[in-house]
Design a protein. Structure first.
Ligand code: FES
Length: 170
């Protein structure tokens, strides 16, 4: 895409899968994103701050040079905590270290599977996970992106990528 010029035409499949359900957020939702898992949370943050929710965001990175979108989330009125694994910016550690001691009504998380699994181990409320998964077809035909839930297998590209915490089988 970096080699595209204005006016170039693309062949895209868009509008696939589901999205976050903001109706469950409560008054003080916590958004947790790791690396490229952060952009999907930006639109959610827009929606929640527009509803005057007290939004907190934990942004997890490996190191200071990877940090992006911090000002954009803060400009929406969210309270932002940055964590870096090497301690070069923000709080040293993982997003789960940032969660310790925080009060929140509900959580939304997007990032790599090990991060989501770690959140599952410490989260104190209901929440929603947006799964990153390698995809073959992207529209529900190959079953290559399946995730186990209490209702049986669910395709991340079709019934996901957002699944409720209480439904996911880890
Ligand atoms: S990528 Fe083929 S079913 Fe999801």
């Amino acid at each position: 895409m970096t080699r595209l010029a204005p006016g170039d035409r693309l062949d895209l499949l868009v509008g696939l899968g589901n999205g976050f359900d903001v109706s469950k957020s409560g008054e003080a939702p916590l958004l947790i994103g790791g690396g490229v898992g952060l952009p999907p949370l930006y639109r959610l943050c827009e929606d929640l701050t527009a509803q005057c929710k007290a939004v907190q965001v934990i942004m997890g990175f490996n190191t200071k040079s990877e940090i992006f979108y911090r000002q954009e989330f803060e400009a929406l009125g969210a309270k932002v905590l940055v964590t870096t694994a090497d301690g070069t910016a923000g709080q040293k550690g993982l997003v789960t270290d940032g969660m310790a001691g925080l009060a929140y009504s509900y959580f939304y998380a997007c990032g790599p599977l090990p991060m989501l699994r770690a959140i599952e181990g410490v989260a104190q409320t209901g929440g929603q996970y947006s799964f990153e998964e390698r995809m073959g077809c992207g529209f529900g035909a190959c079953m290559g992106c399946t995730c186990q839930t209490r209702q049986g297998p669910r395709r991340v590209c079709r019934e996901g990528p957002v699944l409720l915490r209480e439904d996911v089988v880890w």
